[in-house]
Design a protein around this ligand. Structure first.
Ligand code: SF4
Ligand code: FES
Length: 266
């Protein structure tokens, strides 16, 4: 373990750890939009800027790409960092004027208006909330192994959607994109018997029905692909149950096992 100093606080870390992660573990909140632990650091949004005072290359850098070394000393809210963060927030307010999370962060820094022209697009599938951080594209491709969405267009016309803005049958409806989106841009709705990926060209993914209570509960391809990776017995036991029934059945099995009388699934 090594020691680093963040805003005057000494924090223990492992050599090479990402500074943003070390800060968060120690209760120091550095704002970020494009950082996600499950993905490699990307450094796209610049919100996580910090000022290196000592122990590294002095100056301003992104904390989500900075690997810590012994004696590193940084400030996360120096006057210069706050000035830059406010300017960035004005830009994001213009780019994603409907995002509540951006508005909330901007308000935290006293930014309530933007000098830049607001980008509002009628019927925008991403609800005028996308800042093009790329997390949805990366999680779909690199974590879920699907790649149902991507960047389309260039420069100021860049947007994110399915190829040719058509329904995409590779989408599993897992919702990981919406889970990681920092601005709440992605709209998904379950309208039985399908999950509708409203932001992704209305792609429809069939929902699975619970064999016990009959409720629709999760997208079929996602459940099937996930179960594929599980141990056969567990898979057989759980595959057709919704989360509620799954929990009840697992509890029942646990009780029966503790009394030494395991029974087949109901
Ligand atoms: S939809 Fe969300 S996650 Fe995807 S690029 Fe836009 S802001 Fe980032
Ligand atoms: S979180 Fe570091 S650049 Fe986006």
């Amino acid at each position: 373990m090594i020691q680093v100093i963040i805003d005057g606080k000494t924090c223990a870390a492992e050599e090479g750890e990402i500074l943003l992660a070390v800060a968060r573990r120690n209760g120091i909140d550095i704002p970020s939009f494009c950082y996600e632990e499950a993905l490699a650091p990307y450094g796209a949004c610049r919100m996580c800027l910090v000022e290196v005072v000592k122990g590294g290359r002095e100056g301003i850098t992104t904390s989500c790409t900075l690997q810590v070394t012994e004696g590193l000393d940084v400030l996360t809210e120096s006057p210069e960092i706050i000035r830059l963060r406010k300017a960035l927030l004005e830009l994001y307010l213009a780019q994603a004027p409907r995002s509540e999370s951006i508005r909330a962060l901007a308000a935290r820094y006293g930014v309530t208006r933007t000098r830049f022209t607001k980008k509002t697009v009628r019927d925008d599938p991403l609800q005028n909330r996308c800042i093009l951080c790329g997390l949805c594209v990366r999680v779909c491709r690199d974590v879920m192994g699907v790649g149902a969405i991507n960047y389309i267009g260039r420069g100021q016309f860049t947007e994110i959607n399915t190829p040719f803005f058509e329904e995409n049958e590779t989408c599993q409806g897992c919702g990981a994109c919406a889970e990681v989106c920092p601005t709440g841009a992605i709209a998904i709705e379950d309208i039985a018997p399908n999950r509708i990926m409203k932001s992704w060209s209305g792609t429809k993914v069939p929902l699975k029905t619970c064999q016990s209570c009959g409720r629709y509960f999760a997208p079929s391809p996602f459940v099937d692909n996930t179960l594929e990776k599980l141990d056969t017995a567990l898979k057989a036991a759980l595959q057709d149950l919704c989360p509620d029934c799954k929990r009840k059945e697992m509890t029942r099995q646990a009780i029966l096992l503790s009394t030494g009388t395991p029974l087949p699934m109901k």
